[in-house]
Design a protein around this ligand. Structure first.
Ligand code: PLP
Length: 495
């Protein structure tokens, strides 16, 4: 029987080519990851690294001064998890399409794209214009219903058939927290299971097994044990382990939700097998758990139907963020089946048993107008598909350079999400306590190499996400990508 979702996916597919042109060959990638992390690192040569540092000394003095000032009033000198601070944080003054300019006037190709949200490219004028108009009319917030709240929800529901209703919140972190509460309210079950290495924001319950699988509470500083007492993690792609946990949980309170990043942990850093999500769906049905797709990154970046359209899997709850408001503030939402979503009914006078979520600035008109027009523009321009083709071109070019220079690095992409593993720090084997213990020092060295690679890219005019991930956008024309490839080639010549 064809489900409504499959019909809708088929219609979307007919209307536009997928933003992911080919799913990576996961069976060949994992042995290559193992090969990368089991051999000595191939960093930038020390003499060449001195030249890289010279760039920051000679060309980035205004940034350096601001970074020093920042250290006095901002812990660590940077506010954002993704801010690069090696050798010091650069400060940026203009962003336009595919390019950024720092306060010293240096120009860069922007492959961070704010960590994902600006699929249309930075500071996209047609959306900015609509935001200006709204601010002139009603300012950013009233705390009351606004037309754009409804328009945005309708638009998301139209593109994601599994989202029948939408509740807007302030961030991806908040939305994941709300989704967990909602799943527990609806199922009456206790446990939540995530995939090791996945990032679902920084809430108490989900700072667990972050970045590297099986690291449990390693990063849970300041979080009491009780907060993660009902959180579990499974190894990526390990369906047997997931089944064992679901079975065991059935005897002691049941599993409320299985949370997945549908491409694999850390936006597909460890990619899943193509049928993994469908198998997780089956297991959730068998054990009465809700399937939560965290589409904070994938929502609209891999297509307007999200990863759920690509995989043809219907989650019970979808978490959105980032692209939802086109790069404007307050990006977070929970979507899902009407019956489930009704446990989130808000407003004064609500008497039904409900999961409490909210926020003073949630669903403000500014975020909603930006989100609505950003998604309309994504639709009109086929932004996800075009950014995806840019990602394909970049990955193919990087592959050619890596092979020509006989480097052990690994690159792969899912449309506009391009992974470039040079140090392999996020791919280390931590699947047992002994392996984790053994990996600790090596991880420090590999992390430092990643910082050096990131600094070298920056010195060559390329801003990446933490030196190992690249987000392309609608603004990445063939010329931008070819320019970037020449710059990457110059960096790899320093190894
Ligand atoms: C998959 C995923 N979920 C949740 C979050 C948290 O979203 P936010 O940073 O908006 O709180 C992120 C952020 O990067 C993410 O990548």
């Amino acid at each position: 029987m064809t489900t409504a979702l499959e019909t809708a996916s088929a219609q979307n597919a007919a209307a536009s080519p997928s933003a992911i042109s080919a799913w990576p060959d996961v069976d060949t990638l994992y042995p290559r990851f193992a090969e990368l992390v089991n051999q000595p690192m191939r960093p930038i040569r020390p003499s060449a690294m001195a030249d890289v540092m010279g760039y920051f000394e000679q060309r980035c003095q205004a940034s350096r001064r601001l970074a020093e000032q920042a250290k006095a009033v901002i812990p660590g000198g940077v506010q954002h998890n993704l801010s690069f601070n090696y050798p010091f944080a650069l400060a940026f003054s203009t962003a336009d399409g595919a390019h950024l300019r720092d306060v010293d006037g240096n120009r860069y190709i922007d492959f961070l794209q704010a960590g994902g949200p600006t699929l249309l490219g930075s500071n996209y004028a047609p959306v900015r214009q609509k935001v200006h108009e709204l601010i002139d009319e009603c300012g950013p917030v009233t705390g009351l219903l606004h037309e754009y709240e409804v328009k945005l929800a309708e638009l998301v529901c139209r593109h994601m058939p599994a989202v029948e209703m939408l509740r807007l919140l302030g961030s991806g972190t908040e939305a994941v927290m709300g989704a967990v509460r909602l799943a527990r309210t609806y199922t009456g079950h206790k446990w939540i299971i995530k995939v090791g290495g996945a990032y679902h924001g920084w809430s108490d319950q989900l700072v667990y097994g972050m970045r590297l699988p099986k690291t449990g509470r390693m990063e849970a500083t300041g979080i009491p044990g009780g907060a993660t007492a009902y959180t579990q993690e499974c190894l990526p792609n390990d369906l047997d382990e997931l089944r064992r946990k679901l079975r065991w949980n059935r005897l002691r309170g049941g599993t409320a939700a299985v949370l997945v990043e549908p491409l694999g942990p850390e936006s597909g850093t460890r990619p899943v097998h193509r049928d993994y999500n469908a198998q997780v769906r089956r297991l959730c049905d068998e054990f009465g758990a809700l399937l939560v797709f965290d589409e904070v990154v994938t929502g609209f970046r891999v297509g307007l139907g999200g990863a759920q359209a690509f995989f043809g899997v219907r989650p019970d709850i979808t978490v959105l963020g980032k692209c939802l408001t086109g790069g404007y503030p307050m990006a977070g939402a929970i979507g899902g089946r009407r019956e489930v979503m009704m446990s989130l009914v808000g407003g004064l006078g609500t008497t039904s048993r409900r999961a409490f979520v909210g926020g003073t600035l949630s669903a403000n008109p500014l975020s909603c107008v930006a989100g609505y027009h950003a998604i309309v523009e994504m639709e009109r321009t086929q932004a996800a598909q075009k950014a995806g083709r840019a990602g394909d071109r970049l990955r193919a070019g990087l592959d050619e350079i890596i092979q020509r220079r006989r480097l052990p690095y690994v690159t792969y992409n899912m449309g506009s999400i391009v992974h470039l593993q040079t140090s392999g720090v996020l791919l280390m084997d931590t699947s047992s306590l002994w392996k984790l213990f053994r990996a600790k020092d090596e991880a420090k060295r590999r992390k430092h190499m990643m910082e050096e690679m990131g600094a070298a890219y920056t010195a060559h005019g390329l801003i990446t996400l933490a030196g190992s991930r690249i987000y392309t956008s609608l603004a990445d024309t063939d010329d931008v990508i070819d320019d970037a490839l020449n710059r990457f080639d110059d960096v790899f010549a320093l190894v």
